[in-house]
Design a protein around this ligand. Sequence first.
Ligand SMILES: NC(=O)c1ccc[n+]([C@@H]2O[C@H](COP(=O)([O-])OP(=O)(O)OC[C@H]3O[C@@H](n4cnc5c(N)ncnc54)[C@H](OP(=O)(O)O)[C@@H]3O)[C@@H](O)[C@H]2O)c1
Length: 373
Amino acid sequence: MALHFSSACLCSLSQRRVQKIRAVASVSSVTEEDKVKLGGSDLKVTKLGIGAWSWGDTSYWNNFEWDDKKLKAAKTAFDASIDCGITFIDTAEVYGSRFSFGAINSETLLGGFIKERKERDPEAEVSVATKFAALPWRLGRQSVLAALKDSLARLELSSVDLYQLHWPGIWGNEGYIDGLGDAVEQGLVKAVGVSNYSEKRLRNAYKQLKKRGIPLASNQVNYSLIYRLPEKNGVKAACDELGVTLIAYSPIAQGALTGKYTPENPPTGPRGQIYTPEYLTKLQPLINRIKEIGESYSKTSTQVVLNWLIAQENVVPIPGAKNAEQAKEFAGALGWRLTQQEVDELRSLASDLKPITDELFCFLLSVMYKVNF
Ligand SMILES: NC(=O)c1ccc[n+]([C@@H]2O[C@H](COP(=O)([O-])OP(=O)(O)OC[C@H]3O[C@@H](n4cnc5c(N)ncnc54)[C@H](OP(=O)(O)O)[C@@H]3O)[C@@H](O)[C@H]2O)c1
């Protein structure tokens, strides 16, 4: 089982402890108590989901290549996740699409995985979240319904659980929100949300939907121990006040918080532009403390940083899984809790680091999607 411990870490742990942590990492412990209602909607999802951006993607992930091996690994990630009881899966119409220079649309892959799973396990529970790309030439509420129907066709589903606006449009946002409301009223989705919305946009979207008696269920934003902008820009506080769930994307900082990347072994591809050897050097004291805390609970670093996010309350992290091992490990983030002292200590250690800038993320995403945020 690849748990991505660095060799230094492996040396410092006794064999017994490693075995214990490995066992915990693969425990299927998700229960009804590990589910939450998404905002004010009736949709109940696991307190942690998984992200499917990397499935079929060749623009940011997978070293710009997609092959059968990666496809099989993505399928095992899906199955392992469902086996562990993590049933909330996040995708988007742009992931893996030709539009974002991908190999296969992530929705198409997910649709195939669900179909195959349901054939041999008809009772299997899967909650699908997908997203509308607010492209400048898409105007009006009809564009949301049209894109949703295309997503449903790729997913081979008659409805999805959560439909989100992937990012605010340059214009036409009121029309998009109307489109979300129409999707609920037409029974095409159970709940609706937004993504990458500022506090002001979030409040406006919430108000507009409320007039129709429809709750805004979620706002999906970048949030991790080392990217805490939502705590500073009013988004987390507004989500808590309005009863909108904050869905945390990139919750393990694209692998940087797992401890597997070091100054000597930085990530390749676009991630290498963000998590440079210099940045990873500064990150080490935090990584070391995360590891130590994890050892005291027989948990991996990945499980600690996901548990830290869940401890913020009203937060559902959606880490990306490329294979079964990664997906299984996520499940071990549920069913236990860091102490408040540990939560505070980790935030304080992380505060010593210069935050990764939003501009860099937006630049990389805008290059990918050819849009401006
Ligand atoms: N709404 C938006 O604008 C937006 C933006 C970004 C992401 N998202 C969503 O959020 C999801 C998650 O975000 P993300 O994929 O950017 O970042 P992430 O979840 O922080 O990191 C995922 C990556 O970390 C590595 N990893 C995963 N599990 C690991 C483990 N147990 N040990 C070591 N490394 C592990 C994998 O890459 P390697 O194995 O290659 O290291 C994986 O692809 C996406 O899939 C997507 O659904 C949404």
